[in-house]
Design a protein around this ligand. Structure first.
Ligand SMILES: NC(=O)c1ccc[n+]([C@@H]2O[C@H](COP(=O)([O-])OP(=O)(O)OC[C@H]3O[C@@H](n4cnc5c(N)ncnc54)[C@H](OP(=O)(O)O)[C@@H]3O)[C@@H](O)[C@H]2O)c1
Length: 326
């Protein structure tokens, strides 16, 4: 059995933007994948530099120098705005594409590309040529609230409040003064305030698909850790729930990468894992029945590279969980 696995055909895949946080995570996952091989890894400013992952050394190539057609599937971990053009070139070269940027996501202009929130879009993603991988905050938030909206439990016309904090890798690797160690460490602050964060577009579009009439109020925060997102979400309910976990457990029954726990999740429960971990409690001492829902993910794994690989596995006809840290 072990010998046989040495000779299994590996499917070549490429990574554009491989030198960034999400791209490096992807390269490491691909190098450890039983059925994939890394055809190329591109960088921009870091072209020519080396990166060590999973016992291998990778040299970053310039994007213009990579042979897109040498891959059966290309992950684009490029910044928003730069990615869509490379996805188009990838398609012209005959390869499938998984785009980690916002360029092709629902609510951002593209309507015909599957939005790869895998557990919701499994049928659309399976065998797909192009997939828009969800944002990190939307992955945590939507997995937490879609079961409640789909079940018609939320008060019509109400506001769901999402307060979420992300580690600094969520902001990418481009140098910024406000992300210097001295600015971030032993500090905590909100950003993207006034309900204008770009992730709201895809969250609103996915909520609209359920037919629910609710507003989203999203406040992101910068947490002084490298990785991880914790979202605390307040959901006004039509009636109190005797078992607050029941709708989450029912909707995500059998999902390997979604965990529902009695205790609120911590970042330590999820970092370096491809999971969303959820919990929920009815809030005491408020007039409107309110469910407090908690969601934790690793922004670089389930929030980016892990979910992208989960989608790629389905696009390529492989086992959905192949090469993924559970
Ligand atoms: N970080 C997260 O938690 C997260 C989560 C979900 C989705 N995403 C999305 O995933 C994508 C990558 O995010 P990231 O955080 O990994 O960003 P990042 O660390 O800033 O990396 C960006 C990558 O793109 C390359 N690049 C930048 N501009 C380019 C250009 N004009 N042409 C070609 N390559 C270029 C960079 O190369 P050099 O460094 O060599 O210049 C680097 O490899 C973004 O669209 C982001 O929104 C990120």
């Amino acid at each position: 059995m072990q010998e046989y696995s040495l000779y299994v055909h590996k499917i070549p895949v490429g990574v554009l933007g491989a030198s960034g946080y999400a791209g490096r995570e992807l390269c490491a996952l691909i190098l450890g994948h039983p059925r994939l091989s890394l055809a190329f890894a591109s960088a921009n400013a870091q072209r020519g530099e080396h990166f060590h992952a999973a016992g291998s050394s990778i040299t970053f190539a310039a994007p213009e120098d990579v042979a897109l057609a040498s891959a059966e599937l290309v992950f684009s971990a490029l910044p928003h705005g730069a990615s869509a053009d490379w996805v188009a070139r990838t398609r012209e070269a005959g390869a499938r594409a998984v785009d980690l940027s916002a360029d092709l996501r629902i609510g951002n202009g593209a309507s015909d590309v599957p939005y790869g929130l895998t557990e919701v879009a499994r049928a659309e993603v399976t065998g797909a040529q192009v997939i828009a991988n969800p944002g990190c905050y939307p992955t945590a938030t939507l997995i937490a609230i879609l079961p409640l909206l789909e079940a018609g439990l939320v008060v019509a016309g109400s506001t769901i409040s999402i307060s979420a904090a992300s580690g600094v890798t969520g902001a990418g690797m481009a140098p910024r003064t406000d992300l210097l160690f001295g600015e971030v460490t032993e500090n905590f602050k909100a950003y993207g305030v006034a309900n204008e964060h770009r992730h709201l577009r895809e969250m609103r579009a996915m909520v609209a698909r359920t037919g629910a009439d609710v507003d989203l109020l999203f406040t992101p925060h910068l947490l002084p850790v490298a990785r991880g997102i914790l979202a605390t979400i307040l959901v006004p309910l039509s009636a109190p729930l005797a078992d607050p976990l029941a709708p989450l457990r029912a909707r995500w029954k059998g999902e390997r990468f979604i965990e529902v726990s009695a205790e609120p999740p911590a970042l330590r429960d999820v970092v370096h894992r491809n999971v969303v971990r959820l919990s929920a409690r009815m809030a005491a001492h408020v007039r409107t029945p309110t469910l407090q829902v908690f969601a934790a993910i690793d922004n670089l794994v389930k929030g980016a590279a892990g979910q992208a690989l989960q989608n790629a596995n389905l696009a390529l006809g492989l086992a959905e969980d192949a090469g993924l840290p559970a």
